[in-house]
Design a protein around this ligand. Structure first.
Ligand code: C5P
Length: 225
């Protein structure tokens, strides 16, 4: 129906940071709050979709009407996404850590007067690119985010091509923007067919508009999975 355009569709959303252990007590992570990704999952559910939200550790509640898979690391997030496929739409809103560490089995001891440990970083898989480039079960629409501090559109266009997704939601996360952890977001939708700039909106409003746009793009053409 007009108000519930995603009835019969499965939507997978990733949200929040990932947490990469250093040892049993410590980790590397980032400042993602999960607010935008969780709002998108909630909006997709309101639009009638069956929604799987794969969330890293966040302080906000599970959205109503959504199946939530709680994960910590990027590798766990990838496994949860793959287990949730097939889907009609994949939205990668998580701030996946670019690197992980081979975790030490025991807490690393600070040696008095000793040299600090060296952390050896390994690249994490790019979940968005892996979903977008799948030969089987590639969702009809694959959407990524680009959090940039400069050259927002150029970087988003490069990301769109490099990762093989259909749409990039690009935003300015420079300290002055107040986007990280805040309730508002100012985004541009960057697709192969052009750029659409939205005004500064509440993250819930960005989510509702994005879901409406994706429902339009999906249209009646693509068969539900
Ligand atoms: O390359 P960058 O991290 O800026 O790309 C951001 C987009 O890629 C987001 O949609 C994010 O969820 C996704 N991503 C991912 N797996 C990674 C890194 C980024 O899914 N390892």
């Amino acid at each position: 129906s007009a108000e519930r355009p995603l009835v019969g569709r499965h939507v997978i959303v990733t949200s929040g940071p990932t947490r990469e252990p250093i040892d049993p007590a410590r980790f590397l992570s980032n400042r993602s709050s999960g607010k935008q990704g969780h709002a998108i999952a909630a909006a997709a559910a309101r639009a009638g979709a069956q929604v799987t939200l794969v969330s890293g550790p966040v302080e906000i509640a599970d959205p109503p009407g959504v199946t939530v898979r709680h994960v910590e690391t990027a590798l766990e997030m990838l496994a949860a996404v793959e287990a949730a496929l097939p889907a009609d739409i994949f939205i990668g809103a998580a701030a996946v850590a670019d690197w992980r560490i081979e975790p030490a089995p025991d807490k690393i001891k600070k040696q008095p007067g000793g040299a600090p440990p060296t952390l050896v970083l390994r690249e994490n898989p790019d979940i968005l690119a892996l979903v977008a480039r799948r030969e089987s079960e590639r969702p009809a629409l694959v959407v990524g985010f680009a959090a940039e501090t400069r050259d927002v559109i150029a970087n988003a266009q490069e990301k769109l091509a490099r990762k093989g997704c259909d749409l990039i939601v690009a935003n300015d996360v420079s300290a002055a923007s107040g986007v990280f952890g805040g309730d508002a977001n100012e985004v541009r939708l960057v697709g192969a067919d052009g750029v659409e700039s939205w005004p500064r909106l509440d993250k819930s409003e960005v989510a509702a508009r994005l879901v409406a746009r994706l429902a339009e793009r999906l249209g009646a053409t693509a068969e539900p999975v």
